[in-house]
Design a binder for this molecule. Sequence first.
Ligand code: ADP
Length: 494
Amino acid sequence: MSHLLAIDQGTTSSRAIVYDASFRPVASAQKEFRQFFPSPGLVEHDALEIWNSVVETSREALAKAGVDASALAGIGITNQRETIIVWDRATGQPIHPAIVWQDRRTAEFLASLNEAGPLIREKTGLLLDPYFSASKLRWILNRVPGALQRAGCGELAAGTVDSWLIYKLTGGKRHITDPTNACRTMLFNLHSGAWDEELCGLFGIPVAVLPEIVATSGDLGTTDAGILGAAVPIRSAVGDQQGALFGQLCDQPGMIKCTYGTGCFLLAFTGTAPVPSRHRLLTTVAWRIAGEPLQYALEGSVFMGGAAIQWLRDGLGIIATAPEVNELAASVPDSGGVVLVPAFTGLGAPYWDSNARGTLLGMTRGTTRAHIARATLEGIACQVADVVTAMRKDSGFPISTLRVDGGACASDLLMQTQADLLGCDVERPANIESTARGAALLAGLAAGLWQKTGDPAFAIERRFAPQWSGAVRSSKLQIWSRAVERATQWESNT
Ligand code: ADP
């Protein structure tokens, strides 16, 4: 009983990773699945295809590792958040394709709820946006004939991807979810830790259709023996961003993780009280370990992170591969006064300006592509710094450390710039697969493989210490905020 299986069910692919008892990855498997775009703004998945991809990758990873399912101490699940599935409890068949978090079909309905915005924000910590599950669930229940009535009398089950996978894994025995997933539905009351009847009423959702809320790490059921060849205890379920926060061992107030992928995704651990945001961040659950209170976090996302580097490659063609940005940017001592605000698709937290557009400022006759490359890395780091500043102001905690993961954290120059701009250490772990690692650690905790006070082989590969003086830092951030002003509300000004 010395291995763990982490299932990482993402937006475009499912992965399974087998970990040994020291949380070292032993083998993994990955499978992409189809994305459906029925019309502009709509994004759907086939929930059964997701399920099949999870079974296949789990079997493949176990086979590659040479580990029998009977030797597993547990399974940990981490998943794309907010995506909603509704299925028939009797047959286990979905009644509609999964509606994915990116789907915007419910924007109009949510606009009609504007007056309830402050109430929703106070109860759920979320901003009124189609991103979250409640309006999507309402859409399915109202669109599929008879669904609302069948939901009310308990014939249908609804849930986020964790809930769906656990239902299937347990052969339909458990219909549960964890608070990190529940808190993204817009139906979960952050303060009570339970479904909120008033919000369910507002969205017209019968509570009977919702899963039972259990712990993030604990006893979440046992798999049907036919699926992996033995009955395996499910020990954790955690939303992907919270999985990364736990995987980075950010469990003290003031610790932040940032994932530098296509966008940048930040979570700041804040402890046992939910911190309301005055700077347009989201308040969210960090996790709940069985027998312990809920832990909370503040969340903020930047839309264009590594994608800005892809634009240098694909849009401008000034680099051939993403890693080339580093050499090019390092060939000049600074950006030569050039500032890029990568608001290509608007600005995320803390601005939330969908009319902002990408802005390249401060060019002179001496400007070269190297300055633009450098300004791009700085633009990514400045956006992250803005979210961290909002986190610091909201929480009142000094920021002690930023722990990083995601593809673009491979850039030493980006990480050094980030440390310089924040004035705090940036730590890059040896294993940057934080999300799956978080699910494995949470499962391992429930299985008794480690104690939270112990050291589960977490190692920092490199620590970037800030080198700029306070004066340089504030002058850089001042120039940045002038540039952001020029980028905001551009679309409506034209
Ligand atoms: P996602 O999960 O969102 O697809 P990844 O975590 O795989 O993203 O990260 C991919 C991003 O990282 C790309 O946008 C790419 O531009 C950037 N990237 C990858 N390698 C490097 C590198 N060595 N230096 C800088 N950026 C990089």
